[in-house]
Design a protein around this ligand. Structure first.
Ligand SMILES: Cc1ncc(COP(=O)(O)O)c(C=O)c1O
Length: 340
C-alpha cells in the first residue's frame, strides 16, 4: 500500500524508538519529567516564545489556545476552511462556549486587513458578542497545504490586535511552511500570541502537539490541559520522540514537498481530474475529480493507493516520511486509472 491519506500515518522509525526507549522520565503532572521540560524549552525557543506545553493532540492544543484566550459568550474568527472549524467537533462551542465566525481568505487562509475590518462589531455589548480571538492556520490544510508570507500574517495580526483580538496560529504543519519559505520557525510564529505545533504529522512522532505562547498564558493553558484530562505522567517517552524529530525530521520536510511536486506533475495530463501545480507548495496535493471522490478513492485503494476525500469531488493526497519519491510515479499511475 502507498498510504497518502495523511502525514499522520507515519510510524516511528528505529532511531526514534531507540530514543523513546532510552528517555529519562519523571511525573510530568508534577512538572518533573526532564525530557518533557527539555522538549517544551526547545520548542518555545525555536518558535521565539517564552513557554510551551506538551499536549496529547493538535485538537487539544488548539482548544486549549481558544480556552486560554477567550471567555464563554465571545466569538473567534476563523477562515471558512479552517481545521478548527471543520474537524475539531465544535469543541470551542461545546467546551469553550464561544462561537466561530468565518471569513473566506483564499490566500492560504490569511485574511487581509480589509476583510477583518468588515467583520468589526459596532461596540454594542447589549446585542453583540465580543470578538476576542483570530485563528490563522499555517500551512493551510483544506486549502491544499498553502503558505502565507510572514508579512501577510503580520498585517492580519496587527489589524486583529487593533480590533482588540489576540491571535492564535494553528501551526500543525508550521515546519512545512518554514521549509517552503526557507525561514526560521520563529519568523512565522512571531505574528501570534499562541501557536499549535504538531509532532505527529510530518515530524513522524506517534503522539504529541505543543501549545506555545507566553509564560503567563501557560499558567492558564496548564490548568485547561489538566481539566481536559490531558495531564500525562511519564510523558518523557513521547517527548524523546519529539526531541529526536526536531533533530532528524524537521530538516528533511523539504523532501516531502519534492514528493508532492513529483506526484502533481505526474498527474498533470491525467484524464478525469485536475490538479493546480501552482498550489502545490508543501506536502499536500488536492485533486478535483470528475467522478465522485469516494469512487476514485475506492478504485485507487483497490489498486494499492490510499487517499482521503475532502469534498464530493475533491481528493487529498499527503506525502510524508514513509513514502518514497519513486513511489510517487506508481501512485500517479494508479490515481490516473482510478480517476479516468
Ligand atoms: C491544520 C491542523 N490542525 C490541527 C490538527 C489536529 O491535530 P490532531 O490530529 O493531533 O488532533 C490537524 C490534524 O490533521 C491539522 O491538519
Amino acid at each position: 500500500m502507498i498510504d497518502l491519506r495523511s502525514d499522520t500515518v507515519t510510524r516511528p522509525s528505529e532511531g526514534m524508538r531507540a530514543a523513546m526507549a532510552a528517555a529519562e522520565v519523571g511525573d510530568d503532572v508534577y512538572g518533573e519529567d526532564p525530557s518533557v521540560n527539555r522538549l517544551e524549552a526547545d520548542v518555545a525557543r525555536l518558535l521565539g516564545k517564552e513557554a510551551a506545553l506538551l499536549c496529547p493532540s493538535g485538537t487539544m492544543s488548539n482548544l486549549i489556545a481558544i480556552l486560554t484566550a477567550t471567555h464563554p459568550g465571545e466569538e473567534v474568527l476563523v477562515d471558512k476552511e479552517a481545521h478548527i472549524l471543520h474537524y475539531e467537533l465544535a469543541g470551542a462551542a461545546v467546551i469553550g462556549g464561544v462561537q466561530l465566525r468565518n471569513f473566506d481568505a483564499r490566500n492560504a487562509g490569511c485574511p487581509t486587513s480589509d476583510q477583518l475590518r468588515e467583520l468589526e462589531r459596532l461596540n454594542d455589548p447589549g446585542h453583540e458578542p465580543r470578538t476576542s480571538l483570530l485563528c490563522l492556520e499555517q500551512t493551510h490544510n483544506r486549502r491544499g497545504g498553502t503558505v502565507a508570507a510572514p508579512e501577510e500574517l503580520r498585517a492580519a495580526a496587527s489589524t486583529a490586535r487593533e480590533m482588540g483580538m489576540l491571535v492564535h496560529l494553528d501551526g500543525a504543519r508550521l515546519g512545512n511552511a518554514a521549509a517552503r519559505l526557507g525561514i526560521p520557525l520563529r519568523d512565522l510564529a512571531e505574528c501570534a500570541d499562541s501557536v499549535n505545533f504538531s509532532l505527529s504529522k510530518g515530524l513522524g512522532c506517534p503522539v504529541g502537539s505543543l501549545w506555545v505562547g507566553s509564560r503567563d498564558a501557560r499558567v492558564r493553558a496548564h490548568v485547561w490541559r489538566k481539566r481536559l484530562g490531558g495531564g500525562m505522567r511519564q510523558a518523557g517517552v513521547l517527548a524523546a520522540a519529539g526531541l529526536y524529530a526536531l533533530e532528524h525530521q524537521l530538516p528533511r520536510l523539504v523532501e516531502d514537498h519534492e514528493k508532492a511536486r513529483r506526484l502533481a506533475n505526474a498527474l498533470h495530463d491525467a484524464r478525469g481530474l485536475q490538479v493546480d501545480a501552482e498550489q502545490v507548495q508543501t506536502n499536500i496535493v488536492l485533486l478535483q475529480t470528475e467522478r465522485p471522490a469516494d469512487q476514485v478513492i475506492s478504485r485507487a485503494a483497490g489498486a494499492g493507493v490510499l487517499l482521503t476525500a475532502f469534498g464530493q469531488h475533491t481528493v487529498r493526497c499527503v506525502t510524508h516520511l514513509d513514502v518514497s519519491l519513486a513511489q510517487m510515479d506508481e501512485a500517479a499511475a494508479v490515481i490516473s486509472r482510478a480517476a479516468g
